[in-house]
Design a protein around this ligand. Structure first.
Ligand SMILES: *[C@@H]1O[C@H](CO)[C@@H](O)[C@H](O)[C@H]1NC(C)=O
Ligand SMILES: *[C@@H]1O[C@H](CO)[C@@H](O)[C@H](O)[C@H]1NC(C)=O
Ligand SMILES: *[C@@H]1O[C@H](CO)[C@@H](O)[C@H](O)[C@H]1NC(C)=O
Ligand SMILES: *[C@@H]1O[C@H](CO)[C@@H](O)[C@H](O)[C@H]1NC(C)=O
Ligand SMILES: *[C@@H]1O[C@H](CO)[C@@H](O)[C@H](O)[C@H]1NC(C)=O
Ligand SMILES: *[C@@H]1O[C@H](CO)[C@@H](O)[C@H](O)[C@H]1NC(C)=O
Ligand SMILES: [Zn+2]
Length: 931
């Protein structure tokens, strides 16, 4: 592993001992918690969406009957299912794509009952010989009671079977049904994906079950803890292959080996004309990479194949547990709502998350592929083998998988320094604006450069000490079963008790409850003159009313890591609201706390200490820049001051850090009609800072003719060019336009450096007119490489012509022009354009009904859309419009997305407040600088 980004021997760092590591691990879990809560709402990577339909607390049940509750009763447990499904890959006479199925489930009765309640949604039951849609038989010589009545509870998505007599405890029964469902293109349940190859339309039948769509494919007990074995058979036409979780045993009528005991949400099946690449036969686990023939044959799956097996082996070793299946398929689907989904043995991906073409794709595309593969494979153990009992503990799965994805990716690509340099750094949350605590979260970035769900954010420290945390024992103890987070605390407590070097001020449970059960996080204020440290609940709106009382009075047990003038380091627990701590007292040293921002809290200091930190930054920016930025400075003037020296900075980390810190800043002041002069001053200021960097890259790339040799510089080159073009550095726009024109002249040979494509497309299309736009659109439509298509999708949103933006918006809702999976992205990209923003807002309001009808996929689509469109809202007028919109849709029958709108309203209020508090300060500061 390469050197850490700011660890500096001269500064006198000493490595932390074991004790501190463990403490940080425990503590940082809170980070994952709140971020996963957010991810539940945003969710780009996995298929997880907000479980709105199934959450027990989401809607009040209309009555007390068991079928009106959202959770299954605890009377029956499934042991195994026999399922046969037959999807039709051509439409029927009515033009509908359908599938038919037969399914049986062996149930064991654990509490006497005369009801069978099983999930089923949007299926029509067709067992014509039966009056009651189902047959019930006893297993092992038991006789079964007669069915009196069967009905469907639409709201709770249950099929309810009332029996004449009770089922007997300890006895097993066989429940059999036949049914028919639609193979629609809604990206959920059993659905279809389409693509064209050599002019021929191909249909793929595929699945996305998480969280609660297995019930749309066949009747089942669709909760994560209802683990069972699945015997699956798929019927499919000649020329197609069928894949499922287990290995295939026969063809055409493909029967699969029984699965391991598993949850329904991890089931998957795919029927397609895909081809595959496979791992060498000496591997003890068969690895296959599946996708469109054209993509596989042109080598887009090669990279995934080369890393998947090593990653799997790495993880086996990491978990000290053998991968339990005989194969691991990775399938790239042309239509896929999330980034990827960790179905056991059959992982599904967006093409962009699995395919990589070295000639066309960028470094970031490659990193994305390797981290997504690792993330999904990490779930094979944590999530699939051991599963959370209920969805509210999902954060544990996700936080862990995100953390492990760095380690695995670092193992697969050791020269990239992923762990120390790129991911951890990139996915950190930055200083502005205050992150949420009242349920609102800021989605700062939505550019394709990001493509992140924020899942990774900050969870780095979390699993660092997995050797103590996740002992193989834990996996073995809970293998094939379910767990809750307190089981983990218990394991961790055992480790802590056994290790005398770890000193904790309280039990793991007591420490963790304060982080898990209280909303938000604290801001710690350190006064170095008096040595007094204190904590307050951090709120977006300082005057917000916290209406959820807390047993812990919104106080946390905060482990504070700190250092003084680079040499003295320490670790101290703040256990009360205010405490005096002598070692932090100083008149001469600079003091920095929350090192590496491993703790989920912000820090503020007395003004004198801030001054000393800034002086130190100017004197020694190489070592301190990152530390200070990541210390999450709250005061805007101070934050601006940390950028003053940037004109002499050439390194990636400080630049990236500065840019990300100020993303919100640019976002808020982007509306020229509102903040014209301020924006001009801001750009003038940054232009001066970035020009030397742009010139530096021109030199080291020999007038932009070659790649910078250092990997980190390849990243920073992107910053140099995009910031230079944004702020109007001379030569930048000319450069991007020249490249783009060259490409227009010769569409078969794209001269644009792969890493700079996004920036170049965007800037050249912004500077150009209809010709540039139409060319970009043509290239988008012709593209057979997902990563390339997405860059164009973004670039096209950059035009400054309102009519082109309007036309682009119209295109986005033409299903044969833009894939459903990309629509929300495209609309949000357009709204990121200052000219597009009002157009999108009008467009979305005008088309709300159509959008909700055709694009509803849970809160996934609308959350993304609303958050993206409203993130620049910062005026009272915006707020009024948003409130009116909320009322309008509440009054209509299309009341989707109200929660997202609620959050957008909160965010807008926060933005208004932030702007009103900071606008004048920023303006004055900028004027001072130019004087
Ligand atoms: C901070 O990060 C560096 C580099 O990743 C690491 O070496 C160091 O131990 C970390 N320090 C703390 C206090 O976590
Ligand atoms: C379910 O399928 C398995 C494997 O094909 C078979 O052995 C078993 O008898 C079937 N169970 C029932 C109740 O049909
Ligand atoms: C299920 O039945 C409903 C009502 O008859 C019908 O509208 C729908 O098309 C049917 N679905 C399938 C897949 O046959
Ligand atoms: C687990 O660890 C033991 C001891 O280090 C080792 O012998 C064994 O091979 C490991 N098992 C796996 C599956 O990695
Ligand atoms: C931010 O810090 C500067 C310098 O210490 C101070 O002058 C200013 O009043 C502070 N602003 C806020 C909002 O606290
Ligand atoms: C750099 O390249 C541009 C475009 O090819 C060319 O016009 C310019 O003269 C070159 N500058 C130098 C210093 O070589
Ligand atoms: Zn995941």
């Amino acid at each position: 592993m390469g050197k850490g980004f700011y660890i500096s021997k001269p500064l006198g760092f000493v490595l932390f001992g074991l004790g501190v590591g463990a403490v940080l691990t425990i503590f940082a879990l809170s980070v994952v918690y709140s971020q996963e809560k957010r991810k539940n709402e945003v969710n780009a990577r996995d298929g997880t969406r907000m479980v709105t339909t199934a959450a027990p607390h989401s809607t009040s049940a209309p009555s007390n009957e068991p079928w009106d509750k959202y959770r299954l009763p605890d009377t029956l447990l499934p042991a195994y299912y026999n399922v046969t499904l037959w999807p039709r890959l051509v439409p029927d006479e009515q033009g509908m794509y359908i599938f038919t199925g037969k399914s049986g489930v062996a149930l064991t009765c654990v509490k006497e009952t005369n009801l069978i309640i099983i999930h089923s949604n949007e299926l029509n039951f067709t067992l014509t010989s039966e009056m009651h849609h189902a047959k019930l038989a006893g297993l092992g010589g038991t006789s079964a009671p007669v069915i009196l009545k069967t009905w469907f509870q639409i709201q709770t998505q249950f099929m309810v079977i009332l029996l004449k007599d009770n089922l007997q405890v300890g006895k097993s029964y066989w429940l059999y049904m036949e049914f028919r469902g639609e193979l629609s293109d809604d990206l959920g349940g059993f659905y279809r994906s389409q693509y064209t190859e050599n002019g021929v339309k191909k249909v793929v039948a595929t699945t996305q079950m998480q969280p609660t769509a297995a019930r749309n494919a066949f009747p089942c007990f669709d909760e994560p803890s209802m683990k069972a074995v699945f015997h699956l058979t798929l019927l499919h036409p000649p020329g197609t292959v069928a894949l499922a979780n287990g290995m295939e045993l026969e063809v055409l009528q493909t029967r699969f080996e029984p699965t391991e005991k598993m949850s329904t949400y991890l089931l998957a099946f795919v029927i397609s004309e895909f081809t595959n690449l496979r791992s060498p036969s000496e591997a003890n686990v068969l690895i296959r990479i599946w996708g469109r023939r054209e993509a596989i044959e042109s080598g887009q799956g090669d990279y995934a194949l080369s890393v998947t097996f090593p990653i799997l082996k790495y993880l086996e070793n990491y978990y000290n547990t053998t991968y339990p299946l005989s194969k691991s398929d990775q399938v790239a689907l042309p239509d896929f709502a999330a980034g990827a989904m960790e179905n056991w043995g059959l992982v599904t991906y967006r093409e962009q998350s699995l395919f990589y073409d070295p000639k066309v794709s960028s470094n970031e595309d490659k990193e994305w592929v390797v981290t997504v593969i690792t993330h999904e494979l990490a779930h094979m153990w944590f999530g699939n083998l051991v599963t959370m009992r209920w969805w509210n503990d999902l954060w544990l799965n996700e936080g862990f998988a995100s953390y492990v994805s760095y380690l695995g990716a670092d193992y697969a690509e050791p020269t990239w320094n992923i762990v120390s340099n790129i991911y951890i750094f990139k996915y950190y949350e930055y200083i502005l604006p205050p992150a949420s605590c009242e349920g609102t979260q800021n989605e700062l970035s939505f550019s394709p450069e990001e493509r992140s769900d924020g899942a990774a954010t900050g969870s780095e420290g979390v699993w660092r000490r997995r050797s103590c945390f996740l002992s193989p024992n834990y996996l073995h103890e809970y293998a094939y079963s379910n767990t809750v987070y307190t089981d983990l605390w218990k394991k961790l407590q055992e480790v802590v008790d056994a290790d005398s070097s770890i000193q904790l001020p309280a039990s793991i449970n007591e420490i963790m409850n304060r982080w898990i059960l209280q909303m938000g996080f604290p801001v710690v204020t350190i006064n170095t003159r008096t040595g007094i440290i204190s904590q307050q609940h951090f709120l977006i709106h300082p005057d917000a009313v916290v209406d959820k009382p807390s047993d812990y009075n919104y106080e946390w047990f905060v482990p504070i890591t700190w250092m003084k003038s680079g040499s003295n380091m320490g670790q101290h627990w703040l256990l009360t609201k205010t405490a005096s701590y002598e070692p932090m007292k100083t008149d001469t040293d600079w003091l920095l706390a929350n090192l590496n921002v491993t703790g989920y809290y912000r820090v503020n200091y007395d003004p004198q200490n801030w001054e000393r930190l800034l002086t130190q930054l100017t004197a020694d920016h190489k070592n301190l820049n990152m530390i200070i930025h990541r210390a999450q400075i709250i005061n805007i003037t101070l934050a601006l001051r940390t950028t003053k020296y940037l004109y002499e900075e050439k390194e990636y980390i400080p630049w990236e850090s500065a840019i990300r810190n100020f993303e919100y800043f640019f976002l808020m002041f982007d509306r020229t009609e509102v903040y014209g002069p301020l924006q001009v001053s801001l750009f003038t200021y940054y232009k001066k800072k970035v020009k030397p960097l742009f010139d530096h890259f021109k030199v080291i790339t020999s007038n932009w003719t070659r790649k910078p040799p250092r990997y980190m510089d390849q990243y920073n080159q992107i910053n140099a060019v995009s910031m230079a073009c944004k702020t109007g550095v001379k030569g930048c726009s000319e450069l991007t336009r020249m490249w783009y024109r060259q490409w227009m002249k010769n569409p078969d040979s794209n001269p644009i450096p792969t890493n700079l494509k996004i920036t170049v497309y965007c800037n050249a299309i912004a500077a150009g007119g209809v010709e540039e736009w139409d060319f970009g659109w043509q290239m988008f439509k012709n593209s057979t490489i997902a990563a390339e298509a997405e860059k164009l999708l973004y670039g096209l949103s950059c035009t400054k012509e309102p009519w082109l933006l309007n036309r682009y918006l119209e295109f986005t809702i033409e299903p044969n022009l833009v894939r459903k999976q990309d629509v929300a992205f495209a609309i949000v990209y357009i709204s990121g354009n200052v000219i597009g923003q009002p157009l999108v807002w009008d467009f979305v309001r005008a088309n709300w009904e159509h959008l909700t009808k055709d694009y509803d996929d849970g809160s996934f689509f609308f959350g993304r859309l609303i958050r993206g469109i409203t993130r620049k809202f910062s005026t009272e007028f915006d707020l009024q419009q948003l409130q009116r919109f909320k009322e309008d849709i509440a009054a209509s029958s299309f009341s989707f997305g109200t929660q997202a709108i609620e959050q957008a309203i909160e965010q807008t209020k926060a933005n208004i407040k932030w702007v009103s508090e900071n606008k004048v300060q920023v303006m004055n500061w900028l004027i001072e600088q130019s004087a």
